[in-house]
Write a protein that binds this ligand. Structure first.
Ligand SMILES: *Cc1c(COP(=O)(O)O)cnc(C)c1O
Length: 355
């Protein structure tokens, strides 16, 4: 698995493996936390209209219209907003801008988004993983003094569990010398956003995405909100990498998404309601389900192993995510779907567990 033309860095990489995007029809795809409802129809109209414009020209390099829309939506200044090609790109730039070259380890949970160690490897960043508590909650009081930076998702992935804003603020009060990144990919499904704290803490960066709650994973739009100094650092990295990360269609679609608040609220509420019915159905079938504030649940069956169940579900045309990792190999991460998708999942589980 090597080639004489590869750099030593490339040889050393252990890239992130995304959840699969199978080509088969009629699958119940509950493995990558996509939103089952699709984006607002206004988004599709806006993209179509923009596609009729002159795509010959480069897009505005700082995506000003989108940044102004996001700033107004969240009640911050436009100079506090950075946008990127998916929040994965925003996170990659943030690791480079704030965590590389530090003398101390950066800290993140042992069970968390598996892209974080990948960015560390890419940029040569030292890191230490802090174990979640026994009940899988994120115990921020375990994050010790000196560090090169701290990052965690809220709600955490793949557990789905949220941490209270007061605990994040307590961490920020103890930790003023390094950057703290809160990755809020799932915040709209039930956690409180730390955007409320950015004006008080110049070392806080909050990252959000349009991929999950706005059903635009295919458009690739993410953003960060923080102090002006942090945003300026991200712009410096971006302009040393790719001046035009967001294309015209992505900018138009993203702006339109924020304009349709009614659609956002309605689909979000439906997903939260479906999550609660999924939770009940799994609990009734002998699963332990962690309390989720996200658009997925993390559930372990009391008798059947996670890998066995994931494979059996696949045979029934239902794809969920299983992580072959210590502490969580008994769990399935199941994306909240439509009522019909969830009914097919539960029917498949009943067939498997009866057999
Ligand atoms: C989905 C996800 C992201 C990345 O989302 P993008 O599609 O790149 O915006 C970031 N962090 C976590 C924890 C996620 O689950």
């Amino acid at each position: 698995m090597s080639n004489p033309y590869w750099s030593d860095l490339v040889k050393s990489l252990d890239p992130y493996v995304p959840g699969e995007q199978p080509k088969m029809d009629n699958l119940v795809k509950l493995n990558t936390n996509e939103n089952p409802f699709g984006p607002s129809p206004a988004v599709v109209d806006a993209i179509r209209a923009r596609a009729g414009d002159n795509l010959r020209l480069y897009p505005p390099p700082e995506s000003d219209a989108l940044r102004e829309t996001i700033a107004a939506y969240h009640g911050v200044d436009v100079a506090q907003v950075f946008v990127g090609n998916g929040s994965d790109e925003v996170l990659a730039h943030a690791f480079n801008a704030f965590f590389s070259g530090r003398d101390s380890d950066i800290l993140f949970p042992d069970i968390s988004y598996s892209f974080y160690p990948v960015y560390c490897q890419l940029y040569g960043i030292r890191y230490r993983q802090i174990p979640l508590a026994q009940n899988f909650s994120l115990a921020l009081e375990d994050y010790p003094g000196a560090n090169g930076g701290i990052i965690f998702p809220n709600p955490n992935a793949p557990t789905g569990m949220a941490v209270a804003l007061a605990e994040i603020e307590a961490l920020l009060q103890r930790n003023r010398d390094s950057v703290v990144i809160v990755d809020e990919a799932y915040v709209d499904f039930g956690a409180d956003s730390a955007i409320a704290l950015v004006d008080g803490y110049p070392n806080l960066l909050v990252v959000q995405t349009l991929s999950k709650s706005r059903s635009l994973a295919g458009l690739r739009v993410g953003y960060a909100i923080g102090g002006r100094g942090l945003v300026e650092a991200l712009v410096r990295v971006k302009n040393s990498f790719n001046s035009y990360p967001l294309d015209q269609l992505a900018i138009a679609g993203a702006v339109a998404s924020f304009a349709d608040e009614a659609y956002f609220q309605q689909t979000r509420a439906t997903i939260i309601a479906n999550r609660e019915s999924l939770n009940e159905a799994l609990t009734a079938r002998d699963f332990d389900v962690l309390p989720s504030a996200a658009n997925f649940v993390f559930a372990a069956h009391r008798q059947q192993g996670g890998a066995v169940l994931a494979e059996a579900l696949r045979q029934h045309g239902v794809i969920v995510r299983h992580f072959n990792k210590p502490r969580i190999d008994g769990f399935l991460r199941i994306t909240v779907g439509t009522e019909e998708q969830q009914a097919r999942l539960i029917a498949a589980l009943d067939a498997i567990l009866a057999g």
